[in-house]
Each structure stands twice: as structure tokens, then as C-alpha cells.
Design a binder for this molecule. Sequence first.
Ligand code: NAD
Ligand code: UDP
Length: 339
Amino acid sequence: MQPKREFQRAVVTGGAGFLGSHLSDALLASGCEVICVDNLCTGSRDNMRHLLDDPRFTFVLADVSAGLHVEGPVDLVLHLASPASPVAYTELAIETLEVGSRGTSNALELAAEKGARFILASTSEVYGDPLESPQSEVYRGNVNPVGERSMYDEAKRFGEALTVAHATRRGVDAGIVRIFNTYGPRLRSGDGRVIPNFIRQALVDDPMTVYGDGTQTRSLCYVDDTVRGILDLAASHHLGPVNIGNPEEITITELAERIRGLIGSSSPLRHLDLPADDPKRRCPDILRAGTLLGWKPTVSLNDGLLRTISWFEENQETPDEGPPVAESLSQGLKERTGP
Ligand code: NAD
Ligand code: UDP
């Protein structure tokens, strides 16, 4: 087995986002310099505020689909830039396809030029609405190429193919991580994903918006576990793809009830229409991550939710700025677009 490597200077695309900012924290804590490149389309300066005075942290406001040029040595490129929530990528459909294609190409070129390790943040969405569960990396998925989620699913699938081509044809030292639903502090309340929606709603006793009958499942991984898994893959020499996620599967109705109970909220459940192509089951097979990386998640759903709820309690927004649900989100996003 080859020794794990340490990195000196990393580029994190999407570093102002939820996962990217936690990855930047972990890299800086390990002694690595970090250059965050982000256009803030769904990210936020707030996520980096604690880092902006650190001389080892640099923030570059830029669209990685337009180009990605960094002076000096780089030994790690973590490519996370992409809208990630269904509400965000529906609103930013073309931008999502651009960053999954041109953006990934630009990030791979940077890694090739610098001789850096490259990690693509792919997703469990490459399995689409899976016909088998749990999903292992050999499962090829059930994706609708022209459906409501296709801009995201196909962008990520193309990104994976591009990464494999650069690895096998040009010798780029690349890895692909398929991230399953991850949650924790710094999830944007206007993001539209289930955890920020349910926590915000339960904290103020508003109805909790369950889409469809709530029998669809997700398997939620706490952010610290996901970050450790991504960095474990980075520190290895594996191409993957490798699933990183927590196999603790739960229905959306159970999740709403769990959050309501942990908060002690009296929110009712309000059922809204299920978005088209919403996957019915999602659960990672993490055998490969265990075998190749010695990785497994360690934070239980209850512990992770309690930590996340505490963060949301400490970062309350003004009362009239409630959590957006599907139909009201496009305006919320437009207001946030740009630096
Ligand atoms: P996020 O929206 O918080 O972060 C994404 C970041 O990318 C934002 O800061 C955004 O401004 C930036 N970005 C988007 N397009 C860009 C562009 N063209 N140029 C520069 N920056 C751009 O989302 P997240 O949850 O932190 O997701 C990060 C990555 O991980 C994404 O690639 C996502 O597909 C992947 N992922 C996340 C999850 C999850 O559960 N969080 C699951 C699977 C995959
Ligand atoms: N969901 C929900 N209510 C919400 C937000 C999401 O019931 O307010 C459901 C959604 O339909 C999906 C699951 O929760 O079945 C996870 O949605 P999310 O947007 O967090 O991520 P996805 O896994 O769909 O990418």
C-alpha cells in the first residue's frame, strides 16, 4: 500500500459553498494552502468569513466555466463547483450543464498543467431513480436524459466520463467521488433541500412541506464524515468512482417526524406535489469506500441533526424570511445571484 500523501496548495472550486467551505477548513487545518474559486451563484461569503483573514486562504471570484488559471504550484484540485440542490439546478439549468462540462474540463486542464491530484465531486444522482438498492458503483443507473433533473444528472455523468478520459488518455491523477445526500451547518436556508427546509419550518412551527406521500427514502451523511471521505480519496491514488454516504436510510415522512421531535416542534406535515423524477429510494453501498480507503461514517443521524439544528438556531434569519418551498424559490435564487 502506498503512503497517504499530504498536500501543500489546493484549488477548491465551489469553495464558498456548503461542502467546499468545510473542505477548505479541513485542508487549512492540515497545513495546506487553499485557493477557493467561486462565482457565488449558490455559495456565500458568510461561509468563508472566518477564513478571509487567514494568509493561507485566497478567495477568487470567478466562473470556472469561463476559465480557470492559477499562478504557482498546485498539488490538489477539488472540483465542487456546481449548483447542487434540485431547486438551484432547475433555476440554473444551463449554468449547471456548463459547469459540469466546460467547468470540469477547465479544472482537469489545470490539474494536468500543474501535475496535481484531481477530485471530481460527483453524485448519487448518476444512479437516477435507481431500480436496485443499495446502489453500488457498478450499478449503471436509471436516468431520464431529458427529464426535470437531467441538467444535473447528465452534467455529472459527462463530468465522470471526461475525468476517466483525462485519467486514462493523458495520465491525469484523478479520482471520482459519488457523494450521497450530505447535511450539516452552513446549508443555505434558501437552498430548497430537505434538511434546511424541515429544520427552518420546525423551528418556527410552520407546516413541514413533505413532497408526495413521503415514502421516498434518502440516506443522510453528516458533513464531517463526507469531508473525511473526500479527503481520504484525494490522499489515495484511486480513480474510483467511490460512493461516500451514510447507509442509514429513512423515509422523508420519518425524517420530518424525527426533526420535529428533536426540536420539540408542533409543526403539522403539509403534503405538496412530488417533483417529477424524484428518486424513490437512495442508499449507498459503501463496501468500496471501506475496502479502498478504510472509510465509514461515524456520526449517527440523531447526532448530526442535533448539531445542524443548533447551528440553524444560532443563525436564525429575520422572521419574514421563511424557508422557500419549491414554487417560491426561483425569485429567492435570482436575488442571490452574483457577488
Ligand atoms: P453548494 O451550492 O453549497 O456549493 C456549490 C458551490 O459552487 C457554490 O458556492 C456555488 O457558488 C459554486 N459554483 C457553482 N457554479 C459555479 C461556477 N460556474 N463557477 C464557480 N463557482 C460555482 O452545494 P454543495 O452541497 O456544497 O455541493 C458541492 C458539490 O458537491 C457540488 O458539485 C454537488 O454536485 C456535489 N454534491 C453535493 C451533495 C450534497 O449532499 N451536499 C451530494 C452530491 C454531490
Ligand atoms: N423534500 C420534501 N420537502 C422539502 C424538500 C425536499 O419532501 O421541503 C423531499 C424531496 O422530494 C426528495 C427528498 O426530500 O424526495 C430529498 O430532497 P432534496 O432536495 O434534499 O435532495 P435530492 O435527494 O432530491 O437531491
